[in-house]
Design a protein around this ligand. Structure first.
Ligand code: PMP
Length: 448
């Protein structure tokens, strides 16, 4: 039988972490949901390209031509990775946050934007600009409730442009949302839908046409590429009708003095319209390289391996009565079944297996009697394990999960008092089994 696929080679696996006890251990990066380590193949690709570094769309010389070709090929590679339709375009941005703010800037005036209060702040907050209205939807406790809540809100909304913004997989619970069904509901009511795929794209194949969403946004640094590049992919009509997100060189086709003594601008159409300034060609190239690497590794195999590790995480934590794993959908979550999910198991498999089927490898939890920040600090200082604690830039979601009222206070990721925070452990394509086992052993020892 062929060997089960192992982790993909990533940078940082040979970093050693100093321990408070004086020794050191190979660092276990279990914070993929914040930023994933860079794939070794991505790093090698970038190193091979670096000598050809040149300005994009701006020079007649060989290096500039070559960089322009690299940049445009990267755009095409991302489009293939996402299964883009004929009339979609891929814009390179700085990050998911940047992509969603770009889209917000391009919405027709009067657009009503529907968002669940459980969204990451990057998808919750960009829709507050002039001319837009945000409709906040209550936290759903099952995928069915999410669809029903959206249906009801859309049915009650007055005529006019509408956008739904939804996260594909939660950066807190890891739960996969019923994206295709939400898209169907949106379209049935004449709304468009943008998918915040920051946590979904690194872990599951995402096909924009199959999910039938209008736009997808994600970040390179969560997809095993370095920081600084993100993507907004999807429909062009609203984007081409809007003023450029950034005004400047590259976005302008012609600029001339006007008869009244001012300056008249004709803006570009196509991606250049919203990519003013010298673009981040290395970032785009690295991001496209990561897309290719996942496809070549067999994304289904990568996802299956992560699912097995997630199952192990959930089962290990489930053995400790002091630990509460956070879940919005609870046992109903595996009804998400919409192509990004294997659906309800329908048999008596153990709870961890069922839960892992509707999650990416992101698990948040609280431990009775422990301040989450102290637990995370102990994991780092005593076991060389890097996790995250805090509110994960999703304050209303944490309030819903931990039973507090609306409007949790505290900085993003640095809550005051620590009462509303949790510990998050997250894995990915480069996670060795040993990291998961060490993490479970450490939590077991600390909790006991
Ligand atoms: N959406 C989700 C679901 C996320 O997890 C994150 C990052 N934590 C973002 C958006 C924002 O991504 P970035 O910081 O790369 O803009």
């Amino acid at each position: 039988a062929p060997a089960a696929p192992g982790p993909l080679p990533v940078l940082g696996l040979d970093v050693r972490a100093p321990l408070v006890t004086g020794g050191e251990l190979p660092y276990a990066a279990l914070d993929y949901a914040a930023s994933a380590p860079v794939l070794r193949s991505v790093w090698d690709d970038v190193a091979a390209y670096a000598p050809y570094y040149g300005s994009v769309h701006r020079g007649a010389g060989y290096l500039s031509q070559r960089s322009t070709a690299v940049f445009e090929e990267s755009r095409a590679a991302v489009a293939r990775f996402l299964g883009c339709r004929e009339d979609d375009e891929v814009l390179f941005t700085r990050s998911t946050t940047d992509s969603l703010n770009l889209l917000a800037s391009a919405l027709p005036s009067g657009t009503r934007v529907f968002v669940f209060e459980t969204e990451h702040h990057a998808s919750l907050l960009p829709w507050r600009g002039p001319g837009l209205r945000t409709v906040h939807l209550d936290a759903p406790r099952s995928p069915e409730q999410a669809v029903a809540t959206l249906e009801r809100a859309l049915a009650e909304a007055p005529e006019g442009p509408k956008l739904v913004c939804v996260t594909g997989a939660s950066n807190v619970t890891g739960e996969v949302w019923p994206v295709r069904r939400l898209a169907r509901a949106a379209h049935r009511h004449g709304a468009r839908i943008v998918l915040d795929a920051a946590q979904l794209v690194p872990h599951r194949p995402v096909d924009i046409g199959e999910l039938d969403v209008d736009w997808v946004a994600f970040s390179g640094h969560k997809l095993y590429a370095p920081f600084g590049a993100g993507v907004l992919a999807g429909r062009t009509d609203w984007l081409h009708a809007a003023e450029p997100y950034l005004a400047g060189g590259g976005a302008s086709r012609t600029v001339a003095r006007s008869a009244d003594g001012g300056v008249e601008v004709e803006w570009q159409s196509g991606p250049a319209r919203h990519e003013a300034g010298s673009p981040n060609v290395i970032g785009a190239y690295a991001l496209a390289s990561a897309c290719r690497a996942l496809t070549e590794a067999g994304f289904d195999d990568v996802a299956a391996r992560e699912r097995r590790l997630t199952e192990r995480l959930l089962a290990g934590l489930g053995e400790l009565p002091q630990v509460r794993v956070l879940s919005l959908f609870g046992a109903d979550g595996d009804a998400a079944g919409d192509g990004t999910d294997a659906g309800r198991s329908g048999n008596a498999e153990d709870a961890a297996g069922a839960a892992a089927r509707h999650r990416v490898g992101v698990v948040s939890f609280v431990v009775e009697g422990w301040n989450s920040s102290h637990l995370a600090a102990a994991l780092s200082a005593e076991y060389g394990i890097g996790v995250r604690d805090g509110l994960f830039c999703a304050h209303p979601l944490l309030a819903a999960l931990l039973g507090a009222g609306r409007g949790a206070s505290g900085e993003c990721g640095a809550p005051e008092g620590g009462s509303l925070n949790a510990v998050r452990v997250s894995i990915g394509a480069g996670t060795p089994d040993e990291h998961v086992e060490r993490f479970l052993r450490a939590v077991r020892e600390l909790v006991r």
